[in-house]
Ligand binder design. Structure first.
Ligand SMILES: Cc1cc2nc3c(=O)[nH]c(=O)nc-3n(C[C@H](O)[C@H](O)[C@H](O)COP(=O)(O)O)c2cc1C
Length: 377
């Protein structure tokens, strides 16, 4: 299959896979798509290790790296507040709410020797943590770099383009897509509201054709709600040059999803997700759980903005994750993770390569079925 997007990065099938797991990234690339490593929570050292590993595994085939390179965030207008300053800004009311929540659900404190994530609560979204990640990124040979949360900044575009690397940008609205294209993005990921992770309010079905019309010759990928070949065909029928998928890889054999979360995903229905600010401070789609419900409570303080919310909850997340594998516990109930509405069809654990193969086979069936509708005799 050849589209503007496959030509841009040199792949055989128009499937782009966002994953935090290097094994998934390598497996998708080796199956003919483009694995894109989500690196926002990586330390520079770990990113270097993972990229070396991926390059070894894929033997010259293309892969990508995704970073959250934000235009603005709390503190950036004051020259970028560091972690300690941000920690001192955590309101007492929120700290008390969280401690009370964990106590009510019987989540034990962390032992003294357990680390719970560095940077901004595990997310490296501030300029200070981002710089060394960018250095590692461009010391390697990605075929695509992607940036979410706002138009790719000029310094990022210049650096990528001078290294000959195209830049993808995620957009949840037409306005965002146009801004990204105007800024110089080479590929727009039109991500509908049903997607896992940070997401807007417009559904993929509505967003993709609008974005395709609005950005002219810039290739567009459809994202949000694509986990099968029929959905891939639908995205391409809407004018996209391929699909960008995130959720579907979370229940693959290679995924590093924790057993508690994987089991919840395998059982979940498509109506079991919610857009919540409770993890990052920005609306992100995740599995609904008592955690997301508690943060919605009218008598609670509500989530803080990014990046303070991730900083606030990092120790709580580590406390929950440490004991959440035990079914029937409060920690297991609270456990949640980013996932899109396609979670309802993620009902089996398959090898990543097979997911790609089945998507391609089902895509061909779907296109042939549609073509038969036009046969006259
Ligand atoms: C667990 C998870 C984490 C995500 N984190 C990021 C991220 O750090 N950066 C990003 O650009 N997109 C992120 N996304 C969004 C994906 O890149 C992708 O657009 C989305 O998953 C597509 O919709 P789908 O989940 O229906 O496949 C994440 C998605 C999931 C499921």
């Amino acid at each position: 299959m050849r589209t503007k997007a496959t030509e841009l990065v040199g792949i055989d099938v128009p499937i782009f896979a966002f994953s935090h797991c290097r094994d998934v990234v390598a497996a998708v690339t080796n199956a003919g798509g483009l694995g894109v490593l989500g690196a926002v929570a990586h330390s520079p050292e770990q990113l270097d290790i993972d990229l070396r590993w991926i390059e070894e595994e894929v033997g010259g085939r293309p892969y990508g790296i995704d970073l959250l390179v934000p235009e603005k965030f709390v503190g950036s207008d004051q020259g970028g507040l560091d972690r300690d300053t941000l920690l001192s800004l955590l309101p007492v009311e929120h700290q008390e709410f969280l401690e009370d929540l964990l106590t009510r659900y019987g989540v034990p404190p962390l032992p003294d020797d357990v680390e719970f994530g560095r940077g901004m609560g595990g997310m490296r979204v501030d300029p200070k943590s981002m710089a060394p990640l960018l250095d590692v990124c461009f010391d390697h040979r990605p075929r695509l770099v992607a940036s979410a949360l706002g138009p790719p900044p000029a310094h990022f575009l210049e650096r990528a383009h001078s290294a000959g690397v195209p830049v993808a940008a995620l957009a949840g609205s037409v306005d965002h897509a146009v801004k990204h294209a105007d800024a110089g993005a080479d590929l727009i990921v039109a991500q509908g509201s049903e997607a896992g992770g940070h997401t807007g309010l417009i559904a993929t079905m509505v967003l993709v054709p609008e974005v395709v019309e609005a950005v002219g010759s810039v290739p567009v990928l459809a994202a949000g709600g694509i986990a099968s070949g029929r959905q891939l065909a639908a995205g391409m029928a809407l004018g996209a040059d391929g699909a960008w998928c995130g959720s579907v890889w979370l229940t693959t054999e290679e995924a590093e999803t924790s057993p508690a979360i994987r089991d919840k995903f395998l059982r979940a229905r498509s109506g079991d997700t919610v857009r919540s600010r409770s993890m990052t401070g920005k609306p992100a789609r995740m599995l609904r759980s008592p955690w997301t419900d508690e943060w919605e409570r009218a008598d609670g303080p509500g989530p803080l903005p990014m990046p303070i919310q991730p900083l606030l909850i990092a120790p709580a997340m580590a406390r929950i994750a440490r004991v959440s594998d035990k079914a029937g516990t409060g920690a297991n109930d609270l456990a949640t993770y980013f996932v899109g509405q396609v979670v309802g069809s993620m009902n089996t654990v398959r090898p990543t390569r097979r997911v790609v193969q089945e998507m391609v086979e089902e895509f061909i069936d779907a296109v042939e079925r549609l073509a038969r509708l036009l046969e006259t005799d």
